[in-house]
Write a protein that binds this ligand. Structure first.
Ligand code: HEM
Length: 511
């Protein structure tokens, strides 16, 4: 009898659970709104086959024209949300910032040694500690401290361009590395064979060739990192292991140098120097604290040099392609400065056309076009669409910069769009280049100040011209870009010609 009772009881329980389960599932799916739309996908592998490995920002932008500014793609194990308007990115990444402030795992970056650095940390206590170390000294008032560094580095840049008018690349590399290294580590670069110039090149090379960020086979299947290097899908893990000496050096060299200097009573003002001094003053020199300081300082170099360099290279490319804009900016600078000196930060509000031109450079080609991925930490519903917990969210700055509802004829390089009406179109400045919300680029203000000063100073002293080819023909280079974490223009020829003998004297007398 007992077995029969147990059997009947069990049967009833299983049956009710089954119906209950179905009812719950029905209820859940009935109440759960649909996922954001996206292109047709394959079973199991989702959109893996159609997501291109190159030119992703452009492909996502094209898809957004059909599927809208909130679009979903699926790859095994994860859902990817692409935001293609400033409104959607602001609504989710800023207004609901707490839910979208984490990062997915970046296994390759972790193997390389960048895993504990601010840019790749998940939201949590360590993130908050690092974010404070990096962002506090980079506030609007605080960055004024670095103006002398920027002015001095611009003078060196102008001298280098005067001495070697066709070698903009080396001059730009030294300029961007110098400003960041002096601000972050208190070290002034005085020669072309400085260790930090080499490290900056190696860093760009190692990161740019480490595969699509967070999207390599090892990121999808983390256990692959433990497989031998001949095993299919492990290429980028091996690459990351080979280059791990670079982040190691960026983490250790500045700290080692500065702690020695400070303990001997010297301390050039710098972000790392201030943090070390605070640590020593408060007697909090623990392994954990030292590790936080080293990682936070290293990412200023890691995140700052490459993107600033890419933007300044684009400045040269665009000035060469748009001599009419160059002339207009030069006329404004000449009339305000009287042609007798180099521009400084205080001149900025008095140069509205130069400002518009500078803003248009940042809009025309955002150098980190997909930003860095944010992670959705809890299920969310936006405009009636379901965004599952664990989704990776990209704000596509390329699409936002080309949004026709905001920017008239967006593919055109047209600084006047930012001038107030009726002279211009009064369009809003493009801020998506620096990301959104609690993960917004903490270096944006200092990058902006450095790049503005460099652009205005170059325009005041030089004409950026097309270099004739071997046959004496003037062919304007077509913009082509290589894609890393930051997108750089492919090397192009250009000739930086000093505007007058007087300009030459000003440059020679500077420094
Ligand atoms: C033109 C130059 C620059 C551009 C276009 C740029 C762009 C970006 C973007 C798009 C992000 C991701 C934001 C997000 O996740 O929403 C970012 C993050 C970051 N940037 Fe920049 N950046 C530039 C310069 C700098 C400089 C000069 C520094 C340092 C002084 C810096 C430090 C960082 C750091 C530390 C992060 C990670 C922030 C976090 O994850 O919380 N960047 N940057």
């Amino acid at each position: 009898m007992l077995p029969l009772i147990v059997f009947v009881y069990g049967f009833v329980v299983v049956l009710s659970l089954k119906f209950l389960g179905r009812a719950c599932a029905r209820k859940m799916f009935a109440t759960r709104p649909p996922l954001p739309p996206g292109p047709p996908s394959d079973p199991i592998i989702g959109h893996l086959r159609i997501i291109p490995s190159q030119h992703q920002p452009n492909a996502f932008h094209d898809w957004s024209k059909t599927y809208g500014d909130v679009m979903q793609l699926r790859v095994p194990g994860r859902s990817i949300i692409i935001l293609s308007s400033d409104k959607a990115a602001t609504d989710l990444l800023e207004k609901r910032g707490l839910n979208y402030s984490s990062r997915p795992n970046f296994i390759i970056m972790d193997i390389m040694g960048w895993g504990q650095s601010l840019a790749f940390l998940p939201y949590g206590k360590r993130f908050l500690r690092h974010r404070k170390i990096v962002s506090q000294p980079l506030g609007r008032e605080e960055i004024k401290l670095y103006q002398p560094i920027q002015i001095q580095a611009v003078q060196v840049l102008l001298k280098a361009l005067l001495a070697r008018p066709t070698c903009y690349e080396e001059a730009v590399h030294r300029f961007t590395t110098s400003t960041i290294v002096e601000m972050a580590f208190g070290h002034r670069i005085t020669s072309d064979d400085d260790i930090y110039l080499t490290l900056a090149r190696e860093h760009t090379y190692s990161v740019d060739n480490s595969g699509p960020p967070g999207n390599t086979p090892v990121d999808f299947l983390p256990c692959l990192r433990y497989f031998p290097s001949w095993f299919p899908g492990t290429y980028f893990a091996e690459w990351a292991r080979t280059w791990s000496r670079v982040p190691h050096a960026i983490r250790e060299i500045p700290y080692g140098t500065l702690i020695r200097d400070i303990e001997q009573g010297h301390n050039n003002p710098s972000i790392l120097g201030q943090e070390i001094q605070k640590m020593l003053d408060t007697g909090s020199k623990t392994e954990a604290r030292i590790s936080d300081i080293k990682d936070a300082a290293a990412i200023i170099f890691g995140a700052g040099v490459d993107s600033t360099e890419a933007t300044l290279s684009i400045f040269f490319l665009l000035m060469m392609r748009h001599p009419e804009c160059q002339k207009k900016a030069q006329a404004e600078i000449d009339s305000v400065l009287g042609g007798g000196r180099l521009p400084n930060h205080d001149d900025r509000p008095h140069l509205p056309y130069v400002e518009a031109l500078f803003q248009e450079i940042k809009r025309w080609f955002p150098v980190v076009p997909l930003g860095l991925p944010h992670l959705c930490m809890n299920d969310d519903i936006y405009r009636g669409m379901f965004i599952p917990k664990g989704s990776i969210v990209f704000a596509n700055a390329r699409a936002i910069s080309l949004d026709e509802s905001v920017y008239h004829d967006p593919a055109r390089f047209y600084p006047e769009r930012f001038l107030p009406k009726p002279e211009g179109r009064g369009e809003p400045h493009f801020t998506a280049a620096f990301g959104y919300g609690r993960r917004i680029c903490p270096g944006r203000l200092v990058a902006d100040a450095t790049l503005w000063l460099a652009s205005a100073s170059i325009l005041s002293m030089f004409n950026v011209e097309v270099l004739p080819d071997k046959n004496g023909r003037y062919v304007v280079p077509t913009p082509e870009f290589c894609e890393g974490l930051a997108h750089h223009p492919n090397p192009f020829d250009c000739n930086v010609v000093v505007r007058s003998g007087h300009a030459e004297t000003i440059i020679s007398q500077a420094c």
